[in-house]
Design a protein around this ligand. Sequence first.
Ligand SMILES: *Cc1c(COP(=O)(O)O)cnc(C)c1O
Ligand code: SF4
Length: 338
Amino acid sequence: MGMNAVLQPQRRIPEWQAVLTGSFTRPAQLLAYLQLPPDLPGLKLAEVRDFPLRVPLGFAGRMEKGNPEDPLFRQVWPSPREAEKSPHFATDAVGDLDKLRPGGLIHKYHGRALVIATGACAINCRYCFRRHFPYAEAKASRKHWQPLLDELAADQSIEEVILSGGDPLSLADDKLAELVMGLDGIPHLKRLRLHTRQAIVVPERINDELLDWLTDSRLQKVIVVHVNHPNELDTSVGLAMERLKRAGIPLLNQSVLLKGINDTPSVLKSLSERLFEFGILPYYLHQLDRVQGAAHYEVDEAVAKALVRDISGQLPGYLVPRLVREVAGQPSKTWIHW
Ligand SMILES: *Cc1c(COP(=O)(O)O)cnc(C)c1O
Ligand code: SF4
């Protein structure tokens, strides 16, 4: 070891990034880890190059070994059914491309502006409506931040900025701290919201550095996580949520209603109850966005209504998520009244 190694402090790789590096990206490895047959039907690496398999080890650890029907496994396994072409399923299911402004800004709803902070995710969820999103052109990379901040500063009607993606927590803390400092400087902004699944699938992400920039910001914070099944919530997630709660940050959840994964009253009920044990309130239950390759996950709307009606009869009102669908051109998510 030369002198340089001593004099130049190594840039420390945060634990969460090391965890991400160890994620499953090869179907064969995941099958072996889960003790599933190597010939389980699935799309090959080459067939899913634009949206490959990606599963953090800790999330795979919450799956039941030897069970190809496991509700977490089914969210991430590239089923041969993804290749089916469905007439009503598009590549831009929710009309985002029409609304996208330079720098990754999507301003569809009054008062809140959504920022595609990055295209990267810790996990690739097969039902995701952004699986065909042109992130390379769209996302708010650092060179776009000043124009983005200028646009937000120019529109007095915007009170809330939503950092989304992809997953905004895929970005390093120094970058996020810089972006949020910029947002802090815009006087009419009141709230900062994060939409993240990474906090759930890689709970190591909720580290001291993240809590520092969050608590340093003058903005009111709210975090919306994304959990579809109660098995996703283990003690490691509990510790991460505890840290966010101790920082005084309200926690909400959005789920997607997914066939064969959470489309029973008992799973939805225990999901709500378990979320509450973790200090998280159910917010939205989304009807699947009709994105090409995800049709096999769709739950019929009549079934969805019956499910929510059922759990409404069993849970306190604050544990019943709002059943919604995103309809292009509407001024908010569309509530589906059951
Ligand atoms: C869903 C969404 C929001 C947030 O909507 P809320 O109802 O406030 O949760 C904001 N902007 C865009 C573009 C969205 O898709
Ligand atoms: S984490 Fe969210 S954005 Fe990323 S693939 Fe999953 S659902 Fe899509």
